[in-house]
Design a protein around this ligand. Structure first.
Ligand code: INS
Length: 276
């Protein structure tokens, strides 16, 4: 199994309420989550669905969307301070080495974050990046900065949304849940809406839930999962290792060398111009 290149590096260190003596990155990460956990609520997510799921924000090929992330630095990520475009190639190449025959998985690695093109339309980062969680039910204590960031969330003390199941029923399945709005759900919906997309369901599922850390890594929210979710948990966890441990700001991939391979995968699984 793949190892982090620098085995001493600690990933996903979230420092609660960092003061100015902490690094600028630690403060940036905290501030992004503070805003996310203040504003992501049922009402907000529904409004974002209305706004974005008409797919009337432009047309662009998948590869162009990845290239658009060449200036986008994810402000929720304590482990990366280079444009997101590199992370897609690093994830993809890690998967390609470990699973040479599963080319669809290489492509999922490459594109999994390209829903972050939401930023091209001036969306704030707290509505694009970061770990996701369901809204409309109790916020788990497995969500990063859980103790210090939800105090002003309008759903925190809501009669229904503050209960364990909230507006859901036991084991209803994650597909019934409204997830906090961001790049995962957006890209999943964009691809679902693209008739020529032939990625396997497992690939679309990875895209949709790869940032749902309180579930796949924290082990919470199992009571909302159905059998399909539980069956796919192993796959998501496998993907997560590559998503996280291939991050390396000091060893950026040579994109020109990799381009032709990934263009051929896009032609195979997601040809044509995509509506965003
Ligand atoms: C990742 C993960 C990270 C977050 C990134 C996201 O999937 O959830 O923690 O910072 O924005 O793409």
């Amino acid at each position: 199994m793949l190892q982090a290149k620098d085995s001493t590096k600690v990933f996903r260190l979230y420092i609660d309420d960092p003061t100015s003596s902490y690094s600028i990155i630690a403060q940036r990460v905290f501030n992004t989550y503070k805003q996310m956990h203040t504003y992501q609520c049922v009402d907000f997510v529904r409004k974002q669905h209305d706004r974005w799921l008409k797919f009337d924000h432009g047309r662009m090929k998948i590869y162009d969307a990845i290239m658009k992330l060449n200036k986008f630095v994810d402000e929720s990520d304590p482990d990366v301070d280079v444009p997101n475009m590199y992370h897609g190639f690093q994830t993809a190449e890690g998967l390609r080495k470990a699973y040479p025959d599963e080319d669809w998985l290489h492509l999922v690695g490459l594109i999994h974050d390209c829903g972050k093109v939401l930023a091209l339309n001036s969306e704030p980062q707290w509505a694009i990046v970061g770990d996701t969680f369901p809204v409309g039910c109790q916020f788990s204590d497995k969500i990063v900065y859980h103790k210090t960031t939800f105090e002003n969330n309008p759903d925190l003390n809501h009669e229904i949304y503050s209960t364990k199941y909230g507006m859901y029923t036991p084991n209803c399945g994650l597909e019934q849940c409204l997830m906090s709005w961001g790049h995962d759900e957006y890209l999943y919906r964009v691809l679902n809406n693209h008739p020529a997309c032939t990625l396997p369901d497992e690939g679309l599922y990875i895209i949709r839930y790869h940032s749902f850390y309180p579930w796949h890594t924290g082990g919470d929210y199992m009571y909302l999962c159905n059998e399909t979710d539980l069956r796919r948990l192993e796959l998501i966890r496998r993907f997560q290792k590559f998503d996280l441990y291939t991050k390396d700001d000091n060893d950026l991939p040579d994109i020109d060398k990799l381009e032709s391979y990934y263009l051929s995968l896009i032609e195979k699984y997601i040809p044509g111009i995509v509506a965003w």
